[in-house]
Write a protein that binds this ligand. Structure first.
Ligand code: AP5
Ligand code: MG
Length: 189
């Protein structure tokens, strides 16, 4: 089964993806993690991506679509994936649709994790404290920019999937376990 976990920065996409990996043996494809790995490896892409991520902007659709295409074709992806942080623009969603059609696979659900904006600032602040500021974009200024970019570029992906009848919403203000339960119910439906 292929699913998308969708939501603003700090909504809990990574947290819920990790639970699905642990509980159901699904495969997580996090574009944010892939970019951070490229940064850590000091690749050319990593150098370019670091500047963009530190500003809270989006890396180009071409790069992101290429990155996901490569991973979707890998052996580990054949039993189904959790897309975390992709697609983030309507162009990425369209490219994903085409990619999946070409591969002869289906997208089962798009799960939107809905969270109040004030809570996102608190969560990012908490994560920054817990990880010793490991993520350079974990601060209020960059989060404000990421949220602006989310509203302008990423939220328009929601009506795209709503029109396909694939959009499901969970209450991301609930506890991590409660959100996980809501996601499990959607996956079982
Ligand atoms: P990315 O890494 O995807 O970051 P993001 O979308 O900003 O989201 P986060 O990872 O910050 O949050 P999350 O939803 O995973 O929440 P988490 O589970 O960690 O992207 C980073 C950057 O890379 C982007 O800004 C962009 O530049 C670039 N990029 C990535 N993909 C791209 C793409 N497709 N196109 C273009 N550019 C791209 O949870 C957050 C915190 O809250 C944790 O501490 C957690 O413990 C806590 N928490 C989680 N759930 C709950 C809960 N229910 N209750 C209380 N606390 C909770
Ligand atoms: Mg994440």
């Amino acid at each position: 089964m292929n699913i998308i976990l969708f939501g603003p920065p700090g909504a809990g996409k990574g947290t819920q993806a990790e639970k699905l990996v642990a509980d159901k043996g699904m495969v997580q494809l996090s574009t944010g993690d892939m970019l951070r790995a490229a940064i850590a490896a000091g690749t050319e892409l990593g150098l370019k991506a670091k500047e963009i991520i530190d500003r809270g902007d989006l890396v180009s659709d071409d790069i992101m679509v290429g990155m996901i295409q490569e991973r979707m074709a890998s052996d580990e992806a054949q039993s189904g994936v959790i897309l975390d942080g992709f697609p983030r623009t309507v162009a990425q969603a369209e490219a994903l649709d085409k990619m999946m059609t070409d591969m002869g696979i289906d997208l089962a659900h798009v799960v939107e994790i809905k969270v109040d904006e004030a809570a996102l600032f608190a969560r990012i602040e908490k994560r920054a404290a817990e990880t010793g500021g490991e993520r350079s974009d974990d601060n209020a200024d960059v989060l404000a920019k990421r949220l602006k970019v989310y509203h302008e570029n990423t939220a328009p992906v929601l009506p795209y999937y709503e029109a396909q009848g694939k959009l499901k919403t969970v209450n991301g203000m609930d506890s991590i376990d409660e959100v996980s339960q809501q996601i499990n119910e959607i996956l079982a439906s």
